[in-house]
Ligand binder design. Structure first.
Ligand code: ATP
Ligand code: ATP
Length: 153
């Protein structure tokens, strides 16, 4: 029944992790910080339909900002504003979580809302030479968590 689906969804919130439900890095629509909002990129943003666009520097695993499409309202089509200028103007803190973070924590954090409704899933990469470093491996939004909670069997 639908009720059983909701109850098992609720129980799984304590054991499932963000890694289990995230949108993996390769599937994220994101832009490099050195891009500009020219006609082609604005058209692609429109086609993809996402509200939040992560911005990376260097490699995709290095997310440095989010642009909300609402922030593109004032972009002048004739000038092709650099992504960097919007990132600097609308400085937002990013919400990072570890890959093993549980969904019940995610739900409470998103509901509370002070860090927005998108979080970046991090893992510690200690392979190879050099210091261990954090890398982004995916993202989760409130929508992903709700889908998990409300799953009907
Ligand atoms: P909203 O519903 O607030 O307009 P949205 O539709 O852009 O936002 P969500 O509803 O939060 O995004 O998420 C829908 C799905 O899309 C989720 O699975 C989420 O992980 C994924 N998603 C969100 N943003 C991106 C993005 N930039 N690239 C790839 N997947 C994304
Ligand atoms: P939505 O509410 O449409 O799902 P969102 O929560 O990601 O999107 P906004 O709607 O633009 O982002 O903002 C909601 C509130 O959360 C605002 O008060 C905004 O200032 C705040 N906020 C959004 N993103 C962040 C962030 N990354 N860090 C801190 N505060 C944020």
């Amino acid at each position: 029944t639908e009720e059983m689906g909701i109850i098992s969804g609720a129980l799984e919130m304590k054991t499932k992790t963000v890694k289990d439900i995230m949108t993996p890095l390769d599937d994220i629509f994101m832009l490099p910080v050195e891009a500009s909002f020219d006609f082609d990129i604005l058209t692609e943003i429109e086609c993809r339909g996402y509200t939040r666009i992560p911005i990376y520097e260097g490699v995709r695993a290095n997310v440095v900002a989010i642009i909300n499409v609402k922030q593109l309202t004032l972009v002048d089509l004739k000038v092709a504003a650099p992504v960097k200028s919007l990132v600097d103007f609308y400085k937002t803190d990013l919400f990072f979580v570890f890959e093993n973070e549980k969904l019940d924590f995610m739900f409470r954090s998103f509901r509370e809302g002070s860090r927005g409704h998108m979080a970046f899933v991090q893992k510690l990469n200690d392979e190879g030479p050099g210091d261990p470093r954090y890398e982004t491996i995916g993202l989760v939004t409130m929508e992903d968590v709700l889908e998990e909670l409300l799953q009907a069997e």
